[in-house]
Design a protein around this ligand. Sequence first.
Ligand code: ZN
Length: 292
Amino acid sequence: MPKKRKKNPKAPRKQAPARSISAQRPGPEPEVRVVRVVENTGLRGSLAERYPAPLDGVKAARTGEPVEWIGSIEGSMMRHRIVLADDGTAAVEQAVFVGGCLEQVLLCAWHQAGEPGRDRFEAGVLTALDALHTTLRPILEAEVRNVCPDYNAAVLRSFREEPERHGAGMPLFGWRVLHPVGPETTWDDTVDAAAWNSSLTMSSWPDHYDHVPALQPARLAQLLGDHGVPAVLCAGCGTPITDRHPRWTGIWITPDSESGPVCGDRHAGSDAPDPVLGMFTDEEFGEPHRPA
Ligand SMILES: [Zn+2]
């Protein structure tokens, strides 16, 4: 029986490949670099070509037209849009949504919290995200300062939105900053480099920020736990798990559909001889996850 290859849990989602803002890579002047990122991600094409300046976008938004870009640069999903406040002011929202391992940890914890624990879960996630940003911001700022010495990273705030229509049911979480819009504001003024790069901290690619301890799954789970969020990792494989999913109540399971309730890769490193006449071995049943 052919052995199924285990899917890379960090495999990228459908996204347009694009260059990130990274001070570690040689390239053009910083201002040009920021513009290039905007171009590569399609933000310029979808917003700047339709609305020459953010103020033009504000005028369109006031007529009810949605002025919004959603995309990514190898990391988690981002959103750039005009938001109108009740007092008549307008701003460009630059938002980064939780993705990657953190999204997986949160989803399991959301099930783990259950209906009675939802308010506490959401409040805990928001404060934990603010704390995580406080840790990450100097790291991201220092990277950009390598090419732009006077750069100061924007301070992002955590936010929560209602679950999206085809999602897992959990509210959406992320960080965002609101850029004020004036007559002279350009789209490039509304792109904070560190905010863009923060999406890479929740990257689908495994190597961008593996060197940052705060982003390791165990540290993320600990941070969330410190804020009352019931994040659980498997003691065997380290995967985020829950035993309160309504279809799998009492069974520790991960959202990764290929491993599901099976801990680790049951085929990895198995040097047991294959059976001659039958197809299956007892290894096919695998081992269950167990909470750390
Ligand atoms: Zn496991």
